[in-house]
Design a protein around this ligand. Sequence first.
Ligand SMILES: N[C@@H](CCC(=O)N[C@@H](CS)C(=O)NCC(=O)O)C(=O)O
Length: 237
Amino acid sequence: MHSPVILYQFTLCPFCNKVRAALDLKGIDYETVEVSPRTKVELPELPEEAPRKVPVLRIGSDVLYDSTDILMELDRFFPNEPRLLPTEPATKETAEEIEAWVDEQFIKALPTVIYGSWSNAARAARTIGRASKFGFFQGMGVKLGGPAIMRLVAGRILKKAGRTDGHAWIQECLDQFESWLGDTNYVCGNEMTMADVAMLGGITCVDEFPVYKDILSRPKIAAWHERLVEMRRDAVA
Ligand SMILES: N[C@@H](CCC(=O)N[C@@H](CS)C(=O)NCC(=O)O)C(=O)O
């Protein structure tokens, strides 16, 4: 029997969604603990150098943090298939690069279309209010200011990235992802890797927002997504 696995998270945080996707796809049983964004008192003791951020994953007495590091470590704790890190060095390198790109581009671009317009901002505020899931948004500097502040934050992200249009940014990301997919089942070839898991996590995170439909309106991405969703469903069953 394995040690208990506990994921400390904000439900709406895309980085936590990456880790949940990985745990599900590998068929690992885990519990989740919802962390209070303000106090984060629920977090376990962390190494001194670790930021007080989610996700944090406890496996028995081991405490892992940072979604990318967690994905990279998971095969070591759970060597069962599917592996997140390919064994072939060149493929492993590509998987790591694309996984980093998901954090740096796709996940960064998402909030700019989630609350980049007044109506989306109001919708985001309602979703958060309803579900009490402040995490992602508060993590990005949004306190309790509602749509107006969300809009400011979206603007700030765009400016920092040297962009003006969040929707165009997302479309560029999707073009890029599609071209990497090519005619293969997964983004690094015909085996699933941490790169697919990261992208799946980011997409799942916005499933209540209009951008989700835009993403899945692309047939190649929709087919890839369906493969992963099915695999995830089978693995948790
Ligand atoms: N690079 C980290 C980023 C984690 C992160 O930014 N988490 C946010 C939530 S989306 C957080 O915990 N923010 C709380 C804070 O900064 O106080 C990862 O991949 O895990």
